[in-house]
Design a protein around this ligand. Structure first.
Ligand SMILES: Cc1ncc(COP(=O)(O)O)c(C=O)c1O
Length: 394
């Protein structure tokens, strides 16, 4: 495929990085299920290890199936290069480690994905790093937190579980002015809905477990950036043993090939459902950036191409009513994770944010009424009907 040509997003999802295999013409990218590679002679060995020749030496540092996935991700994110990992958290830690030195200061949001938040909370004891936290909707707070030791601004938008937004351009402008590197977790939006590098971010990370692979069948991660930054990030990946196995890479590739189609359907399903729930008498509030009632809807319109497949809503009657709701839902499963073809849903105060104290939960707006839903690709009328019939019975 001529990748310079202006093909549409579906065509690129299908073809970039995964053309016919040069050995036998296999249309599907083969799974190179090998740990090592036979090198023809010592001259080549010297050239390969001296980085004078490209090729593979050991799967922990590179593999053709993995590489095909990386080329596709770089195209989706609009970056020079990309790296894939054994988990989203592996991509996040490698990206952070590639930027932050012992003794630095970092600035991050106060409502990040739980594991990432814990990472920033525990880094100080381990590495003498000072973390400062700001409210996603108050980007202007960032500037006052920057000192000459600040090396990293870490963002995640939309946030989990309340779908708050960070104004990416405003935040990256402040960071650039002070020579601070920005990392953004694009998991909730996906590259189809938000091209964060074009908005000034330096490194994008993703839990590819979610929309990129899209079928709830593989745990994996991705980072996208310039060639130089990815070289450094890959060296961290090697040091910490965070490589993605060839079968995982194969599942990721297959998922990404249908990504444009899936995300389009997921966006429209979520919008329809959000509108229906917003008007429902048993629902107190719906949090979805695509709704006009979302306090940052204008920012969503400015920086997102679609509003995504995640929403949260508050059910009248709290846990007892939510318990009945899940008992009555027929299609929607009670499950953690997000971004897959099946609609799944969870109760943040018990699951994703269950490790926080009640005060911490309430300060973030997480009440016992809140349900988070990841909307899949089912027929919209079936999803609407499932929620309507379940709500009628609570
Ligand atoms: C926003 C976000 N970032 C990162 C992660 C971590 O990804 P993984 O489970 O693939 O390590 C998750 C997982 O749910 C997430 O929701």
């Amino acid at each position: 495929m001529n990748t310079e040509k202006k093909y549409g997003s579906s065509t690129r999802c299908v073809h970039v990085g995964t053309g016919a295999d040069p050995n036998y013409g296999s249309v599907v990218t083969p799974i190179y299920q090998t740990t090592t590679y036979s090198i023809p002679n010592v001259k080549d060995l010297i050239a390969l290890y001296g980085h004078k020749k490209t090729g593979y030496t050991y799967t922990s540092t590179g593999n053709p199936t993995q590489r095909a996935a990386e080329i596709k991700i770089a195209d989706l994110e609009g970056s020079e290069d990309a790296a894939v990992f054994s988990a989203g958290m592996a991509a996040i830690t490698a990206a952070i480690n590639s930027v932050v030195e012992n003794g630095d200061e970092v600035i991050a949001q106060n409502d990040l994905y739980g594991e990432t938040f814990r990472l920033f909370k525990t880094m100080p004891e381990k590495r003498g790093i000072t973390s400062h936290f700001f409210d996603a909707s108050k980007v202007e707070e960032i500037e006052d937190m920057i000192t000459d030791k600040t090396s990293l601004l870490y963002l995640e938008t939309p946030t989990n579980p309340l779908l708050k937004l960070v104004d990416i351009q405003k935040a990256t402008k402040i960071a650039r002015k002070h020579g601070v590197t920005t990392i953004l977790d694009n998991t909730f939006a996906s590259p189809m809905n938000q091209r964060a590098l074009e908005l000034g971010v330096d490194i994008v990370v993703e839990s590819a477990t979610k929309s990129l692979s899209g079928h709830h069948h593989v745990v994996c991660g991705a980072a996208a950036s310039t060639k130089d930054r990815i070289r450094k990030i890959k060296s961290m990946r090697g040091d910490y043993g965070q490589t993605l196995d060839p079968f995982g890479a194969f599942l990721l590739i297959t998922g990404m090939q249908t990504m444009a189609l899936r995300v389009e359907r997921m966006n429209s399903n979520t919008m329809e459902l959000a509108k229906m729930l917003e008007d429902h008498p048993k629902i107190m509030r719906v949090h979805y950036p695509g709704l006009k009632s979302h306090p940052q809807h204008e920012i969503a319109k400015k920086q997102m191409h679609g509003f995504g497949s995640l929403m949260a809503f508050e059910v009248e009657g709290g846990i007892p009513a939510i318990t009945k709701l899940f008992d009555k839902l027929e299609l929607v499963k009670l499950a953690t994770s997000l971004g897959g073809v099946d609609t799944i849903s969870t109760i943040p105060c018990i699951s994703t944010h269950g490790g926080l104290t009640k005060e911490q939960q309430l300060s973030m707006g997480i009440t016992e009424n809140l349900v988070r839903a990841s909307i899949g690709i089912e027929d919209p009328e079936d999803l609407l009907e499932d929620y309507k019939q379940a709500l009628a019975q609570i």
